[in-house]
Design a protein around this ligand. Structure first.
Ligand code: NAD
Length: 291
């Protein structure tokens, strides 16, 4: 029978280890690592994410700076806030919650964030660092997926990996991480011919699509490990991009939705914020305990 990968438990453990190192950082420097979260408008889902990020920040012994701005905020005012946060020495990480209202150019905002405070890893400088093997910040969701894969499989070298989805936030950085781990990586997307056949080659499947239960059980090679990033609200509640019930008997291990990848995203945000604080202050950190 398949292992159900307990992302919730793994994330809790990671958050505890981050908390320990945050306490050591505070003892050493006399200040807590700081994370600024900016929300423009009152999208209910975004509001929930921002609140849980704030709670996690406090629980990890880090300082949260929450900026809730009205939906009508101008792009110039948002840029001015980003500039202020870039210059604030108490702020180690800056996260602007997406999506932004339509009158604001998301790219202009993301590229305005100091890449060395870009704990979401969305700045093109950090995408470039990931692609070329330099230290930077890796987007939290794919980083969390990689941690779960390493925990499950150990060395990933030589494995056949298929990433479904090519977004800048999940699919592309996921593929870059798996290349770095020496997997043989295929990126599938909406124009892929024969998705079933492509997925059937994979030892590792990462689904980041946003289509409920797109990936069927019989597409999966027996013994593969499946990471389901999808969060889809349906009549039956939250479901992933993988047909869990159909897939579970084919897999060696699979993440559930909810309780798989989701909790890892916030844990990795805490991790990235701690790492940013340590880098900025020249304080050593235990990278092994953070992976
Ligand atoms: P996106 O919409 O930006 O990208 C979706 C990708 O899927 C695209 O590259 C597209 O080419 C591909 N695609 C669409 N239809 C397809 C099809 N029929 N076959 C193959 N590929 C197809 O989405 P995203 O931001 O990458 O998010 C993907 C999913 O992951 C969503 O359900 C989202 O809610 C979820 N998500 C979860 C977390 C988390 O914390 N767990 C974080 C980010 C996103």
């Amino acid at each position: 029978t398949a292992d159900i990968i307990d992302g919730k438990a793994f994330a809790l453990g990671l958050r505890e280890r981050v908390g320990k190192q945050a306490a050591a950082f505070t003892a050493r420097t006399g200040r807590q690592p700081g994370l600024a979260v900016v929300l423009v408008g009152d999208d209910p889902a975004s509001s929930v994410y921002v609140r849980s990020k704030g709670k996690a920040t406090a629980a990890a012994g880090m300082q949260g700076f929450e900026h809730r701005l009205p939906a009508a905020t101008s792009q110039a005012d948002l840029i001015a806030l980003v500039d202020t946060l870039n210059a604030d020495p108490a702020v180690d990480g800056i996260l602007v919650q997406l999506p932004l209202p339509g009158h604001i150019d998301e790219r202009a905002i993301i590229t305005r964030i100091d890449p060395d405070k870009d704990v979401d890893g969305f700045h093109p400088v950090n995408a470039g660092r990931l692609a070329t093997g330099l230290d930077g910040f890796v987007p939290c969701t794919p980083l969390g997926c990689l941690m779960l894969l390493r925990h499950q499989l150990g060395d990933l070298s030589g494995k056949e990996a298929v990433v479904v989805g090519r977004s800048n936030i999940v699919g592309k950085p996921m593929a870059a991480l798996l290349v770095k781990e020496s997997c043989t990586v295929t990126v599938a997307h909406s124009r892929t011919h024969d998705l079933a056949g492509v997925i059937h080659r994979a030892d590792i499947v990462v689904a980041a699509v946003g289509v409920p239960r797109l990936v069927k059980g019989e597409w999966i090679k027996p013994g593969a490990v499946v990471i389901d990033v999808g969060i889809n609200r349906t009549e039956d509640g939250l479901v992933g991009d993988v047909d869990f019930d159909g897939a579970v008997s084919h897999t060696a291990a699979i993440t559930p939705v909810p309780g798989g990848v989701g909790p890892m995203t916030i844990a990795c945000l805490m991790r990235n914020t701690l790492v940013s604080a340590c880098r900025r202050e020249g304080v050593a950190y235990d990278a092994n305990a953070l992976g």
